[in-house]
Design a protein around this ligand. Structure first.
Ligand code: ADP
Ligand code: MG
Length: 611
């Protein structure tokens, strides 16, 4: 009898499921990336030119032509930094943007004015996600089963929801949102076996984020986060641009600004490699050396260190207790940033993974696990909720139910009671924020608990349960304990989009895609029809005498029918009539060929023809 195999302890049984295809997406303010993972580990998926980074830039040329990334980058109507608008009200967007916003009537997310009409930041993000997903799909040569998208640790309910909505519009199945620092830790954590208290220092184009995490035997826990949403490599660019203006004695016009900024950025990148950089600008030329450059940017780096100090203080930790410092974001390529951060934490930095790519690589690892390719993996990712969640109590005060920096997923309950005798309805107002007064916090949702049995004031016991899932999304339930009446809401943040609006956008994007495909088919068939018409006309002009009257008539009729259908925009009709004409003219063509050959022989000597 054959022996049966039994797996070794700890070894996974043979995989029975087919391999699933998952992507990790770093949806950045400045640049976005996509990665995937296989048995050998995670890998970045570059575009056909070998570019890993997709600039997070979208340009709407018209209804049909939407450019994303490199091709949109240089256009004057390009929409950039749309991540800053996600899940934010118009009033929240303090940043100067190069494009026009249309405030929403309800104070919610503003729309962006484009040549294709007003667009929601969610739709714009969906374009970026769609482009990356397509890139992944092409590379893996498979349908994508699921994606993990990273978001900054500080993203609140509305911003997370907006990100999920964008993915839905792009037709993606979101396995989970993952916070960027956690993703970076995962990328380093797996083979490096990171242990202890780890700082994730992420300096990008326009934002700085720092997180303190504890990593222990496969458990990744965010202990505290901080940063500055208006600090990054763009500030270095601006400082260099100002220096160039001063040195050259030239003021830059608004139109010239993007040119100057581009030169400043190139100079910055050069100074990451060399001790000085040559600059030419509007006929002026000069040199910027590292010492001078550092004097321009040191104050920005010091600001990031201040935020690091705050995070350490929040977690009650000292510099010496930090075991590792992970560098993330393009701006950490600057040697000055590395030097100062290394001095601050008094240690060597972890930067062997490309700082642009770490987040996407970590997301890909997590996506591969969640989609089911590595079900024996023991990775446990514990995130924190970035802002406190609570409900309104009498007097316009906020009672916090889940304090900020609580590890998620989490469920917490608290009991409340009625205020008046015989009160049968209780209205619940869910809030987010650190302040004590309702008016200083962000309103997330309102709902009511009805049919409370009438009792004396303070008699009813209402249990309110807050639940935050792994994506950081909240649901709230209220239950009257004696009767068991319940009411609940899944919080739709007030700065999110209405379900209806999302459905519409999804429909639009689908119908748009269909429309695009249809238009293409029509155009192709029209072109083919024209080709046949022209060929037939020219054949008739030369050789109509080869046809019998009946044949000629049939051909001419068929020709006219096809001509008539050209304007019809009816792809099937054009196709069908093209085929009819083609059939008729095939016989004609054969006859012409014969005649040509005969003509060629006629009156010529055999040798001549042979040659
Ligand atoms: P985000 O996370 O905001 O999308 P990235 O992590 O992609 O941003 O970082 C983009 C920033 O990194 C830009 O300001 C860019 O100029 C800067 N950067 C990229 N390469 C270098 C380099 N070699 N030296 C200095 N800064 C760099
Ligand atoms: Mg980033």
């Amino acid at each position: 009898m054959a022996l049966l195999n039994i797996a070794e302890p700890g070894q996974s049984p043979i995989r029975t499921q087919p391999h699933k295809h998952a992507l990790g997406i770093d949806l950045g303010t400045t640049n976005s990336l996509v990665a995937s993972a296989n048995s050998e580990g995670p890998f970045i998926i570059a575009d056909e030119n070998g570019e890993a980074l997709l600039p997070s830039v979208v340009a709407y040329q018209n209804q049909e032509e939407i450019l994303v990334g490199q091709e949109a980058y240089k256009l004057s109507d390009a929409i950039s930094s749309v991540k800053r608008l996600m899940g934010r009200g118009h009033a929240d967007v303090a940043h100067k943007l190069a494009y026009k916003l249309i405030p929403a009537d309800d104070g919610g997310m503003p729309l962006i004015e484009t040549s294709a009409g007003p667009k929601s930041p969610v739709e714009v993000s969906a374009e970026i996600l769609g482009k990356l997903a397509k890139r992944g799909q092409a590379k893996l040569d498979a349908e994508i089963d699921g994606v993990v998208i990273t978001v900054p640790a500080y993203f609140d309910e509305a911003q997370r929801q907006a990100t999920k909505d964008a993915a839905r519009i792009a037709g993606l199945n979101v396995l989970r949102l993952l916070s960027e620092p956690t993703a970076a830790a995962v990328a380093y954590g797996l083979d490096k076996k990171l242990q202890g208290n780890v700082i994730i220092y992420d300096l990008g184009g326009g934002t700085f984020d720092v997180s303190l995490m504890r990593l222990e035997k496969g458990v990744f826990e965010v202990l505290a986060t901080g940063g500055d949403t208006a600090l990054g490599g763009d500030d270095f660019d601006r400082a260099i641009a100002r220096w160039i203006e001063e040195q050259s004695g030239q003021e830059t016009s608004q139109q010239n600004l993007s040119g100057l900024n581009a030169i400043a950025r190139e100079t910055k990148h050069a100074l990451s490699e060399h001790s000085e950089a040559e600059i030419t600008f509007n006929g002026w030329s000069g040199k910027l050396d590292r010492q001078t450059y550092y004097s321009l940017i040191d104050s920005f780096i010091d600001q990031t260190l201040k935020a690091c100090r705050r995070v350490l203080r929040d977690a009650g930790m000292k510099n010496e207790e930090i075991t590792d410092v992970v560098m993330v974001g393009g701006s950490t390529r600057s040697p000055r940033v590395q030097e100062k951060v290394s001095d601050f934490f008094k240690q060597e930095l972890l930067n062997e993974l490309d700082p642009d790519q770490v987040v996407a690589l970590g997301a890909a690892i997590q996506a591969d696990i969640l989609v089911g390719n590595k079900y024996d993996n023991e990775l446990l990712l514990l995130d924190v909720n970035p802002l406190s969640l609570g409900i309104e109590t009498m007097g316009g005060l906020v009672e916090k139910i889940i304090p900020r920096n609580t590890t998620i997923p989490v469920s917490r309950a608290q009991e409340f009671t009625t205020f008046k005798d015989g009160q049968t309805v209780m209205s619940l107002h869910v809030l987010q924020g650190e302040r004590e007064l309702v008016e200083d916090c962000r309103s997330l949702a309102r709902f009511e608990l009805r049919d409370i049995p009438p009792m004396v004031a303070g008699g009813a016991r209402i249990r309110v349960t807050f639940q935050v899932d792994a994506d950081g999304l909240l649901s709230v339930e209220a239950e009257e304990m004696s009767s068991g009446v319940k009411s609940s809401v899944v919080v739709k943040p007030s700065f999110g989009l209405e379900d209806q609006a999302i459905e519409q956008m999804i429909r639009d994007s689908h119908s748009q895609a269909e429309h695009d495909r249809d238009m293409r088919a029509l155009k192709e068939n029209q072109v083919e029809a024209l080709r046949i018409i022209e060929a037939t006309e020219s054949a008739l002009a030369n050789d109509a005498d080869l046809l019998e009257t009946k044949e000629l008539k049939a051909l001419q009729e068929s020709l006219q029918l096809l001509r008539d259908s050209l304007e019809s925009a009816d792809t099937d009709l054009i196709k069908q009539r093209s085929e009819s004409l083609n059939e008729l003219s095939t016989e004609f063509a054969a006859r012409r060929m014969d005649t040509e050959i005969r003509k060629a022989f006629k009156g010529k000597k055999i040798e001549e023809v042979d040659r």
